[in-house]
Write a protein that binds this ligand. Structure first.
Ligand code: F6P
Length: 323
């Protein structure tokens, strides 16, 4: 293998740049030519491809977002789109591809491999930490700490004004970020899509807390909770508990940007180097993950077949501590 490509796909995540840097520099170290593919699979279809050298990735390890930019590309879900992408790769002589993104991006990579024989490795890049085959995804730790800082700040106002705050944390299909930031921030309630939410029991919990003298509460709501988003949950709780003065904070995309933590940078660096070396060893359709602090190679489809979930015991811990 002489030429490889790297792209970022799906939602950006802090640490993606550190991963790009690792892929490019590991490639250069092993005498490969490395090509950056811009705007994810869309750029691949459009042939938006340029060679990257060690210097082109200088000064990016500390930057959030992705210098390659990202996209969610519908055309790549179609066979025709993938055929165009394979053609662009062939034109540049690229034999192996490193895809940095979530499980949706891996599905595309697996199809590209099956239909056109392109060797693909996936690097888990998403703040959601919901990809199977890895304990942690690149970007999760940074997003978690941003959410936690927001909760800590909100706590000050909640306590000063005896208020209930509903804080919405990202995670359309996963409550991982909500659960961890909620426990770390000492939230009184944590609502996640993995478990059914009962508005009645939240109201009852708030009533008991008030009786015990606790006048303020933080209720962390994962955006994909079954009872709705934070605004919808707040409306239901306020109406039932007759709370006039609650507030809703949606942290939203603040969680996706900004300087990656040391953890995310080191994870991205470890996984990025391994992705290149795996391609050189002949790996196809593999993702690189971290398991018990070891870098591991897993089948790409494990990403969505065995999705990572938080330990269900954490629900109990959150409940015990929220008194
Ligand atoms: O998958 C990452 C993520 O940030 C989710 O947590 C969130 O539900 C979704 O992306 C938001 O996507 P978009 O940026 O397209 O609104």
């Amino acid at each position: 293998m002489k030429r490889i490509g790297v792209l970022t796909s799906g939602g950006d995540a802090p640490g993606m740049n550190a991963a790009i840097r690792a892929v490019v520099r590991a490639g250069v170290y092993h005498d490969l030519q490395v090509f950056g593919i811009y705007r994810g699979y869309q750029g691949l279809i459009d042939g938006d491809i340029a060679e990257l050298g060690a210097r082109s990735v200088g000064g990016i390890i500390n930057r959030g977002g992705t210098i390659l930019r990202s996209a969610r590309c519908k055309a790549f879900f179609e066979k025709e789109g993938r055929a165009q992408a394979a053609k662009a790769l062939a034109q540049h002589g690229i034999e192996g591809l490193v895809v940095i993104g979530g499980d949706g991006s891996y599905r595309g990579a697996l199809d590209l491999h099956k239909e056109h024989g392109i060797a693909c490795t996936g690097l888990p890049g998403t703040i959601d930490n919901d990809i199977g085959g890895t304990d942690f995804t690149i970007g999760y730790d940074t997003a978690l700490n941003i959410a936690l800082e927001a909760i800590d700040r909100i706590r000050d106002t909640a306590e000063s004004h005896d208020r209930i705050f509903f804080v919405e944390v990202m995670g359309r299909h996963s409550g991982y970020l909500a659960m961890m930031s909620g426990i770390a921030g000492g939230a009184e309630e944590i609502l996640v899509p993995e478990t059914p939410t009962s508005i009645e029991s939240i109201v009852e919990h708030l009533r008991i807390n008030r009786e015990k003298g606790k006048q303020s509460s933080i209720i962390v709501v994962a955006e994909g909770d079954d009872a709705g988003n934070a605004i919808q949950v707040a409306k239901q709780v306020d109406a039932m508990a007759n709370i006039p003065n609650s507030r809703v904070v949606v942290i939203g995309h603040l969680q996706r940007g900004g300087t990656p933590t040391a953890f995310d940078r080191v994870l991205a660096s470890r996984l990025g180097v391994r992705a290149v070396e795996a391609l050189m060893e002949g790996a196809t359709a593999r993702m690189i993950g971290i398991n018990a602090n070891n870098v591991v190679l897993r089948p790409l489809d494990e990403a969505w077949k065995c999705r990572t979930q938080f330990d269900p015991g954490l629900t109990r811990i959150a409940h015990i501590l929220a008194t």
